[in-house]
Design a protein around this ligand. Structure first.
Ligand code: SF4
Length: 138
């Protein structure tokens, strides 16, 4: 049998991991980088919260939506990246805001009303986002 030419967790036309992520990504400094690929929700939440304060989040998301099918990258799950990839115009602000909204929902410090007001979006959008997160977690 021929040796596989592609690692199973990457797309067919994978790009090289950008140097800036290797040099400045906060995931390089964690004791257990497996949390970014964990099945445990609690560990995924830790990974997402680290991403939310990572200085290269925007570079990471640009790369990840094109290349990474598994794991937490730039504070997003695989299905979130799939959704982002289908949005025709994705601004850096949109990406950061999506990660920040997710972080606020999951940290459960603010109410839905407060999160909606903070990001100037309809409360229903936050409820929909929460429902999606619950579905992913089940
Ligand atoms: S955004 Fe998250 S996954 Fe990307 S480099 Fe930073 S810590 Fe790592």
């Amino acid at each position: 049998m021929a040796a596989p030419t592609q690692l199973p967790y990457t797309n067919a036309q994978v790009e090289q991991l950008p140097k800036i992520l290797i040099q400045e990504g906060m995931c390089n400094d964690v004791v257990d980088p497996d949390i970014f690929f964990s099945e445990e929700i609690a560990e995924q939440e830790i990974a997402i919260s680290l991403c939310s304060i990572c200085p290269v989040l925007e570079h990471c998301l640009e790369y990840a939506i094109r290349n990474e099918m598994y794991g937490i990258w730039a504070g997003t799950t695989p299905s979130e990246r799939q959704t982002l990839n289908s949005v025709s115009v994705i601004t850096p602000e949109f990406r950061r805001e999506a990660a920040e909204i997710r972080f606020d929902i999951e940290s459960e410090i603010l109410t839905v009303t407060q999160i909606a007001a903070k990001y100037r979006v309809d409360e229903r959008s936050i409820y929909r986002y929460k429902a999606r997160l619950r579905k992913e977690a089940s």
